[in-house]
Design a protein around this ligand. Sequence first.
Ligand code: FES
Ligand SMILES: [Fe+2]
Length: 389
Amino acid sequence: MSVETQIRYQRLNDLTASQIEAIRAIPAHDEATTPVIEATRPTAMFLDDAVYAREQEKVFRRLPVAITVSAMLPEAGSLLPHDAYGVPLIVSRDREGVVHVFINACMHKGSTLVPGCEPQKSARITCPYHAWSWKLDGNLAGVARAETFACLNKEKRNLVELPSKEAGGIIWAILDRDAEGDFSLLGDDILADLNALALNEQHLYGRKTFHLESNWKQVIEPFLEGYHVQRLHAKSVGPLFADVPTVVTRMGDHLRQISGKVEFAPDGLENEKNIHKTITHAYLLFPNTVLITSPYYMSVMIVIPTEAGKTQVDYHMLTLNKADNAKSEALYKTSYDTVLGVFGNEDFVAAEYCWKGLKTGALDNIDVVYSGLEHCILMQYETLEKHMN
Ligand code: FES
Ligand SMILES: [Fe+2]
């Protein structure tokens, strides 16, 4: 007798009142109207090292940023080294299941404690140099030949911890070690949305890191507009989507876009077994994290600037159901290959093309121009500019 796996889907009524209201606001595609806008941005916004430095100071070192997804560290007693933001970090989940974010530096002489970028199970963080060790809550646990130190104050040698918070299925931190730890930008409304999407209950199916030659904002732009979908993705996923604006909601500094797939009809949504088959949610979690729902998985991309023209993208594919049988494994494998192909070979390539083209100076005198199908990009830039000024 075969064991039936219980497949879990999300229905309309699993969502928040605000999400449902936005879904109800999607017009029938033949009735949708697209705004006409006049908006430009100077190329310096993408190219200038001074702009990059200011973004680092005012945004990335000051505000909460996503470090990884909760699903990367599903079990107590695990840790993850993370290097991309320019501050070497260790994320841990201690014995009680509480998440911490530490600076990845030994409190003896500063050595990297955990090299690499792979998650691991461990009861301790142990320095490779002289084997000092810490518990996963950051407290110093052991010093080799401790009797040879005349005046070692162990309490001052706990790991340096950054303000962090696990919420909405994401582990956030503030990279300034002296910051107050103000996570109020993660408002209740956005976290309610993420929790309704069960982001905190997802399993990690796969992850991939991309190193792109592009400004981080250019990497995010295609996830804030539908203008390119029928064009750039004409041979892949373009035909699945309609060429109409999304329903956009500002949620504090974050943005939510909701849209209907090409076969979308406003009636009968409450009867659908899997709401993600007809509705796509796309979030920009300010400043740099993109969440997109698909019928059988969700994509979380943390877009990390490493120079004005270099960006690391940590892509995660999350699934509500575990890949614990051949059928779901096959479905998820196909999905994973497809999404990496679309994002990796189409969206990310477009971002790199834009960087290369802007670097020529060809648009320096006339700026970059945006259409009514790209107005959500301007909403992101207004928020960014608010923090920069
Ligand atoms: S530098 Fe880490 S134990 Fe010595
Ligand atoms: Fe795209």
